[in-house]
Write a protein that binds this ligand. Structure first.
Ligand code: SF4
Ligand code: SF4
Length: 307
């Protein structure tokens, strides 16, 4: 894959999160982390993935288009009148999804060129101009496709579109730096300070993440940076955990902080992809966010005073 093309799994217009104003979010596939609570399981692998939503299937009583068109004979009717797929036979050609009129079979991820993506992003240029918004790269992890991400940011800039990127900061520093040089805003996550805890929850050490965050903050003193923490039940939903994160962040005028409460909106996608959801049944206890918001407000005040 050249820097001119990459795998995108969604382009979402009219977002008011993940950056200033009205934004178009470009979701890139591929992520080096495996957070047990991930709300975008379709983003993790760096390749297009077939998904099946049984709620949309017309049932094999009324439709057998996927079965009839699969060149491998990998799909058969199941006892509950839905379909069963044999992963050993499937070659991921996605012909079945092309023939599914009900959109029950769907492919997450498509190879897109920089030009195609920017053409789509540019359609909302009037909204960006009025609201101070622009394009945000997200994922997955945008830095999993560093050449493509930086090319997208540069092309957006060339089209006078403001840029933001949301990253877990688990990347080669040179890639992160190249992205920052083409950004108007940066959003980075800190999920935990304790390395063992971080490894347990996300599958990777946080050493590189924390080092990258330190370096970016030092090297880009004029880049607005939002540090965010997803509040995860049983992982970091205590005052001690959140305080340790807030205490790590240097107090600088270009930084602010935000907590994101855990949600389970991504749960159905695990089923569609045939994956287990490790966080099934878990939820934040009542009152947790109110308690943690006190620390968030204190941190925001501290950063404001530095301005
Ligand atoms: S083509 Fe779609 S709607 Fe028809 S049986 Fe297959 S999955 Fe269901
Ligand atoms: S992706 Fe291709 S091989 Fe796999 S089930 Fe669909 S049509 Fe068959």
């Amino acid at each position: 894959m050249s820097a001119n093309e990459g795998i995108v799994f969604n382009i979402q217009n009219f977002s008011v999160h993940d950056g200033s104003g009205i934004r178009t979010i470009v979701f890139l596939k591929g992520c080096p982390l495996r957070c047990a609570w991930c709300s975008n399981p379709e983003s993790q692998l760096m390749k297009p993935q077939l998904a099946f939503n049984p709620m949309k299937c017309l049932t094999t009583e009324k439709c057998t288009r996927c079965i009839d068109n699969c060149p491998q004979g990998a799909i058969t009717p199941s006892e509950d009148k839905l379909i069963a797929m044999d992963p050993a036979k499937c070659i991921q050609c996605h012909t079945c999804a092309e023939h599914c009129a009900a959109n029950a079979l769907n492919v997450y991820g498509k190879l897109r060129t920089v030009k195609e993506v920017i053409r789509e992003v540019e359609k909302e240029a009037a909204f960006y101009a009025r609201s101070g918004g622009g394009m945000t790269l997200s994922g997955g992890e945008a830095m999993s496709q560093p050449g493509f991400s930086v090319a997208l940011l540069k092309e957006a800039k060339r089209h006078r579109i403001k840029t933001a990127m949301e990253t877990c900061a688990y990347a080669h520093y040179d890639d992160l730096k190249a992205a920052c040089e083409n950004l108007d805003e940066l959003i980075m996550d800190i999920k935990a300070i304790d390395d063992e805890k971080h490894k347990k929850g996300t599958g990777v050490s946080n050493k590189r993440i924390l080092e990258n965050i330190r370096c970016v903050i030092d090297e880009f003193p004029n880049l607005p940076i939002l540090i965010r923490t997803p509040v995860i039940p049983g992982f970091n939903d205590t005052e001690v955990e959140i305080r340790s994160i807030v205490d790590f962040i240097p107090v600088r005028p270009n930084i602010t902080y935000e907590l994101l409460p855990y949600h389970r909106m991504g749960q159905p996608k695990y089923e569609y992809l045939g994956m287990e959801f490790p966080y099934a049944g878990k939820a934040l206890e009542e009152g947790v966010m109110e308690r943690l918001r006190v620390i968030e407000r204190e941190a925001i005040e501290r950063f404001k005073k530095a301005q």
